[in-house]
Design a protein around this ligand. Structure first.
Ligand code: 4AD
Ligand code: MG
Length: 455
């Protein structure tokens, strides 16, 4: 008999009859004549209740000794549950123990700290919280593809190893080969020049947008910034759409539409998991997500944002000053206190932004935009790209970059240049927003952060 998933059993309209389920024992309660086993297979949050009669084969030898964490295959009949809280339960006719669990299985009791659970990242997906997080992660990946593919965007795989520092921040991991302990550099360098793990697929994405019009990337990106915050990881995933024949206005519209679409998809398709987060992780979650889905985002220019922050009279740790980056505390004040909704901030000073952003007519600002959301701050960063070859060349020079290294990028402006724009959505930041989980380490299966690359 082939295995039926527990989610399928629990969502059945009528009893599926005699079937087999397989999973891990969450808890077991024994009475004189039978045991109740709460079985979970990760297909959904809920457990399937198994009634194991004392007359079952192997009951005394095996079944009564089952402990939390053990794995079993259960054959039986799905019947209407007598108990409260579930519609279906299973009356076992045979239980095969696949694997017992040693008594030091760490997920016995509830109430472990998130820090402790991170130290057992190989077992934490078996907890309610992490099972839910990673089901939502999977669903959101699908929804991202759906969002773009429905609009005719082409999915492009940009390289993970690259020679260019898209963001120009120099916070990159270098790729080297080794001969024993000796690292090969210079003339021995594997690719003939220094290469790195990509910080962004944008530049390569632009080449494809300048051929296929609407494209997106969705893949891992790497940053060697030494940030010990709850919102930065050294390895994270980014979604980067790039649109030809597109200006900043449409770019902002796209980013807003995408965030709304994903929130709406999660509310619709991850209802049980979100309800769990709403109960145990973040009480205001569902209300906030519905609000985000239903209401437009606010939009302010960087200059207006600085004015609002200055006028707020708030004592910030970092002073607000025109020409400086907005700090996380500023971003959060704007979205949480000032506007009480997601906001898009646009037209940042050119001096604090990378070389590829399009210069505005004022000569001071660039057509950049960030989407900020309550609880997190920046979730999207994007811009219209500089499509004028002379201005781009000047930008490269201003940023101390050589045209030689970016000749292919400049070529896009020499051969049929077009206005184009795009953005990057941090996948993990989106997941934090959708689940209410506070630390980026808890929405990544095996997080990599400064000083930590376990598993
Ligand atoms: O704002 P960023 O640096 O923009 C870019 O990389 C552009 N090339 C995107 C583009 O226009 N195609 O990064 C984009 C987003 C941020 O808004 C944030 O959500 C996320 O990526 N992000 C991080 N997420 C987790 N850990 C980090 N260290 C992150 N750095 C950026
Ligand atoms: Mg940014």
């Amino acid at each position: 008999m082939s295995r039926t998933s527990i989610v399928k059993v629990l969502k059945s309209e009528s009893s599926p009859g005699e079937i087999q389920v397989k999973g891990w024992v969450r808890t077991k309660r024994d009475s004189k004549a039978f045991s109740f086993i709460e079985l979970n297979d990760g297909s959904c949050l809920a457990n399937l209740q198994i009634v194991a009669d004392a007359t079952l084969d192997g009951y005394e030898e095996n079944i009564v000794h089952l402990t939390t964490g053990a794995s079993v295959a259960v054959t039986g009949n799905v019947v209407e549950s007598q108990g409260k809280g579930q519609r279906w339960e299973m009356q076992a006719t045979a239980i095969e123990v696949l694997g017992t669990a040693d008594e030091d299985f760490p997920l016995q009791k509830k109430g472990h700290s998130m820090e402790f659970l991170r130290s057992i990242a190989h077992l934490r997906p078996r907890s309610n919280l992490f099972g839910a997080v990673f089901r939502v992660r999977s669903r959101m990946a699908l929804a991202i593809h759906q969002f773009f593919q429905d609009q005719g965007f082409v999915y492009v795989h940009t390289p993970i190893i690259t020679a260019s520092d898209c963001e120009g921040a120099g916070e990159m991991f270098r790729v080297v080969t080794m001969n024993g302990d000796e690292i090969k550099l210079g003339d021995d360098e594997f690719f003939g020049k220094p290469s790195y793990l990509t910080v962004s697929g944008q530049l390569e994405g632009e080449t494809f947008a300048c051929a296929l019009s609407d494209i997106y990337t969705f893949g891992p990106t790497f940053r060697a910034e030494n940030s010990h915050t709850s919102r930065h990881a050294s390895e994270f995933w980014m979604i980067e759409p790039e649109m030809a024949f597109c200006d900043l206005e449409r770019d902002m519209d796209m980013a807003e539409a995408m965030v709304k679409y994903l929130v709406s998809d999660a509310l619709e398709n991850c209802a049980d998991d979100l309800a769990f987060f709403g109960k145990f992780v973040d009480k205001g979650l569902i209300e906030r997500l519905e609000f985000v889905r239903d209401r437009p985002f606010a939009r302010v220019s960087y200059t207006e944002a600085v004015e609002l922050l200055t006028a707020s009279g708030q004592g910030f740790e970092y002073p607000v000053e025109y020409g400086h980056n907005l700090q996380s505390e500023h971003e959060r004040y704007l979205t949480e206190t000032q506007f009480k909704c997601p906001i898009t901030v646009y037209n940042y000073p050119a001096d604090i932004k990378p070389f590829y952003m399009r210069k505005n007519d004022d000569g001071k600002t660039v057509a950049a935009m960030d989407v900020l959301v309550p609880g997190i701050g920046e979730i999207v960063g994007g811009s219209q790209r500089e499509e004028r070859v002379d201005v781009l060349r000047a930008n490269l020079e201003e940023h101390g970059l050589s045209e030689e290294d970016y000749d292919w990028y400049v070529d896009l402006r020499r051969f049929g240049t077009v206005p184009h724009a795009g953005f990057g959505l941090g996948f993990e930041r989106l997941l934090m927003f959708v689940t209410g989980v506070q630390n980026i380490r808890d929405v990544i299966p095996f997080p990599r952060t400064p000083g930590s690359a376990d598993f």
